[in-house]
Design a protein. Structure first.
Lengths: 242, 242
DNA sequence: CGGCCTCTTGACTAATATCAAAAATGGTGG
DNA sequence: CCACCATTTTTGATATTAGTCAAGAGGCCG
């Protein structure tokens, strides 16, 4: 099985999936839809019962504050679920914005539950992925609460690199990244102006360069040291279930 | 069924549980254990397969940064689970500290899974609770990222009040609270000194008084306004499943 | 060409941390 | 009951971080 979806690739890092299980997973990828950048795909109204698997492109999930500022909770990259929780529960407390044009597979609650029933190991793998997402939110909270702006940015860029590597995007040296400095500001709890300064400073220190939609790690080791980046919450280093 | 556990009370707000279901829930409360304040009940080693239901007392879950600072991710109050995620998965990424002496019921993975299988509605209710916990972490992230120290504190104290009310502790006017200002600082991403100043200022403005282990809402409406507190992510206002 | 993003920079300001130290508080052993 | 110790709360002075305001520069698109 060489040509996997990003989700298949990601889950395979958690659980060794059989061809049959991968086939069920592929079955969930019917119902492709395209969404254009910028227009929110909110999870309310009629599509309440569906989640999406992101096939290509980037999305962010965020909450708007009454004063107009927003906090980006997480970014979704290919292989990630959008709104998985709101399938099982009905709380859809935040919004989703496609950052670029995206392709996503709509997954109906019924299909998902059937897949869970038919292939419990697949269900386990998906629970794993969901749990990792939650761990990332926790790590994000720690970053915003306890890291200064440099370390926060460094940590963020490294984490994203690791996540992308897991789905086969980018390399050790860097990756393409469509985020604007406003996205970074909203995610990191900083002002856009300050984001710009932090990026410049990291670049001038020879640690990392973010320019023209591309992140280049100039000195990954020193960057990881500055960020105190420990990727154990992301790496489950090889399938845990065989 | 008058005399419920805090967990039973909380879940009943989500899902109307039958006597049989409440009985299964009560069955999970065997194996009472006591833990003393301050000594971490880490979720590693032999007890990897167990979670706890907190029966009395307060606990916090936190992560320590390499530089020694810590970020409290959440507080657990009676009726909350400790380490629910680490039963299903094996990642136990943060630590738990009992803030006062606590009583907790140990729940083995096998018992929990059996309960889920026997009483699916109970499983649904527990998923709901877990999802609410995640929503709280997200709200916490938003607070640390996008609220100034006053609003952060105000929001925190109000949220805690709502949570306590749900399990029948405290009243509209306030509640007993064993947290020190250091706990508040670690949770809110502030320094302890600043926490003190913020509390003084809120007290002097006649909004809320936190003193001698007791939180008193002096003017709940103005406090909620300052905090931009919207409790919809906590209130599911009455059972959703009948 | 003109408008709209995004990025960049400078000057100034506000929020919060840090350092230091004193007052309460609570528990403990004598 | 008292003296002592550790913890928690409180306050002041000062330092640092990051935000706000303002403005210009470069691209991209219609």
């Amino acid at each position: 099985m060489t040509d996997q979806s990003p989700l298949g690739r990601k889950l395979s890092a958690f659980v060794a999936l059989s061809d049959a299980e991968l086939a069920v997973l592929a079955g969930l990828h019917q119902r492709r839809r395209v969404f254009v950048a910028g227009r929110d795909l909110v999870h309310q109204g009629q599509s309440k019962q569906a989640a999406y698997i992101l096939a290509s492109g980037w999305v962010c999930s965020y909450k708007i504050q009454p004063d107009g500022s927003r906090q980006i909770v997480d970014f979704q990259i290919p292989g990630d679920f959008l709104g998985l929780r709101s399938v099982l529960l009905r709380t859809s407390d935040h919004s989703f914005e496609p950052i670029v044009d995206i392709e996503a597979a709509e997954v109906l609650a019924s299909d998902l539950l059937k897949a869970f029933a038919d292939t419990p190991r697949l269900a386990t793998a998906i629970f794993w992925a969901a749990s990792r997402d939650e761990a990332m939110v926790v790590e994000h909270l720690v970053g915003v609460g306890r890291r200064d702006s440099d370390a926060r940015m460094a940590h963020f860029l490294l984490e994203l690199g690791s996540r992308l590597a897991l789905v086969g995007i980018g390399s050790k040296d860097g990756y393409d990244c469509p985020l604007t400095q406003y996205h970074l500001a909203d995610a990191l709890g900083l002002s856009a102006v300050h984001v710009n300064r932090v990026l410049r400073q990291l670049r001038e220190r020879g640690l990392v360069t973010f320019r023209d939609g591309h992140v280049s790690f100039d000195d990954r080791d020193r960057l990881a040291e500055l960020a105190e980046f420990d990727s154990t919450y992301l790496d489950h280093e090889g399938p845990l279930l065989k």
